[in-house]
Write a protein that binds this ligand. Structure first.
Ligand code: C2E
Ligand code: MG
Ligand code: MG
Ligand code: MG
Length: 276
C-alpha cells in the first residue's frame, strides 16, 4: 500500500517536474524570439523631489507575449540571465533609453529629465560594457548626464577593482550611477566609499512597514546618514502612501519613487504626467 502510494506520489512529482520543465522551455523559446517580434517595451516610473516636482524616471522593462499577456520582469529576467539573453535584451534597453532621452530634448519640461535604467550583472561584467554605453550615448547624440545606470550591491562588490575603473571611465563622461535595492546586500562603508556612485536607492522592503516597524526606521535613518557622509543623493523606492512619504521626509529623505506618484506607465502617460 505504502509502496503503491509512494510510486503514485513519484509519478505525480515527475509529471509536475515535466510540466515545469516544458513550461520553462516554452518561456525560453518565446524569450529567444521576443526581440525580433518587437515584444519588449519600456515603461517609465517618475521620480520626484521634495516639492513633488519630477526630476527623473526609471525605465522598467516589459514583455508582451504573442497571446497578449504581459510578463513581469521578475519572471523572465532571471531566465534571461541564465541563458545569456540578457545581453541582447540589455543592449536593447540601453538603446531604447538613449532614444527616449533624445526625443525628450524637444519636449518642453522634459529636457532635463534623468532616465535610469537597470543593468544586470552579466551585462555590466562584459569587458566592453563601458564602450557599449559610450557608443550608445554618442550614436544617439545625448548628454551622458541624463543617463543613470542602476546596479545592485552584488554586481558592484564582485571584482571591485574592475568595477571601479569601469565606473570611473563612465563617470568621466558624465554618466551617473545609482545603487539599487540598497540595504538588502552586504556593502560595507569601506567598499561604498570607493565606488563613484551618485545615488543610493533605499529598497522598498524598508519603506513598506516604515510606520509600524521601528527597526526599519533605524535602518532608513542609517542609510540616509551614510548617504550624507558619502555625499550621495538618496531616493526611496516603493513609496505608496502619504504617511510613508512624510516619515521619509522626517528621516531626511528628499526624493521619492512609488505608486503614490505613479505606477510605471507607457511613455505618453509619463509625458502627460510631467507636462500637464
Ligand atoms: P527595481 O529596479 O528595484 O524596480 C523597482 C520595482 O518596484 C519595479 O518592479 C516597480 O514596478 C516596482 N515598484 C515601483 N513602485 C512601487 C510601489 O510603490 N510599490 C510596489 N509594491 N512596487 C513598486 P518591476 O517593474 O516588476 O521590476 C522588477 C525588477 O526587474 C526591477 O527591480 C529590476 O531589478 C528588474 N528590471 C526591470 N527592468 C529591467 C531591465 O531593463 N533590465 C534589467 N536587467 N532588469 C530590469
Ligand atoms: Mg531599479
Ligand atoms: Mg530597486
Ligand atoms: Mg529589485
Amino acid at each position: 500500500q505504502a509502496k503503491q502510494a509512494g510510486r503514485n506520489g513519484m509519478r505525480f512529482f515527475d509529471r509536475q517536474m515535466q510540466d515545469r520543465i516544458s513550461e520553462r522551455a516554452k518561456l525560453e523559446n518565446d524569450l529567444r524570439h521576443a526581440m525580433e517580434r518587437h515584444q519588449f517595451a519600456l515603461h517609465y516610473q517618475v521620480q520626484v523631489d521634495a516639492h513633488g516636482k519630477a526630476h527623473g524616471a526609471e525605465a522598467l522593462l516589459r514583455w508582451r507575449r504573442a497571446d497578449g499577456s504581459w510578463v513581469p520582469p521578475a519572471s523572465f529576467i532571471p531566465l534571461a540571465e541564465e541563458t545569456g539573453l540578457i545581453l541582447p535584451i540589455g543592449h536593447w534597453v540601453l538603446n531604447a533609453a538613449c532614444a527616449q532621452i533624445k526625443e525628450w530634448q524637444s519636449v518642453p519640461g522634459m529636457e532635463q529629465l534623468i532616465l535610469a535604467i537597470n543593468v544586470s550583472a552579466q551585462q555590466f561584467r562584459q569587458p566592453d560594457f563601458g564602450d557599449v554605453v559610450r557608443a550608445a550615448v554618442e550614436r544617439h547624440g545625448i548628454d551622458p548626464r541624463l543617463l543613470k545606470l542602476e546596479l545592485t550591491e552584488g554586481v558592484l562588490l564582485e571584482k571591485i577593482e574592475e568595477t571601479i575603473s569601469c565606473m570611473h571611465a563612465l563617470r568621466a563622461i558624465g554618466v551617473r550611477f545609482a545603487l539599487d535595492d540598497f540595504g538588502t546586500g552586504y556593502s560595507s562603508l569601506q567598499y561604498l566609499k570607493r565606488l563613484p556612485l551618485n545615488q543610493l536607492k533605499i529598497d522598498q522592503s524598508f519603506v513598506r512597514d516604515l510606520a509600524s516597524d521601528s527597526s526599519d526606521q533605524v535602518i532608513v535613518r542609517t542609510i540616509i546618514a551614510m548617504a550624507r557622509s558619502l555625499q550621495l543623493d538618496v531616493i526611496a523606492e516603493g513609496v505608496e502612501t502619504e504617511a510613508q512619504r512624510v516619515l521619509l521626509e522626517e528621516l531626511g529623505c528628499r526624493r521619492y519613487q512609488g505608486y503614490l506618484y505613479s505606477r510605471p506607465v507607457p511613455e505618453p502617460q509619463l509625458r502627460a504626467l510631467i507636462t500637464e
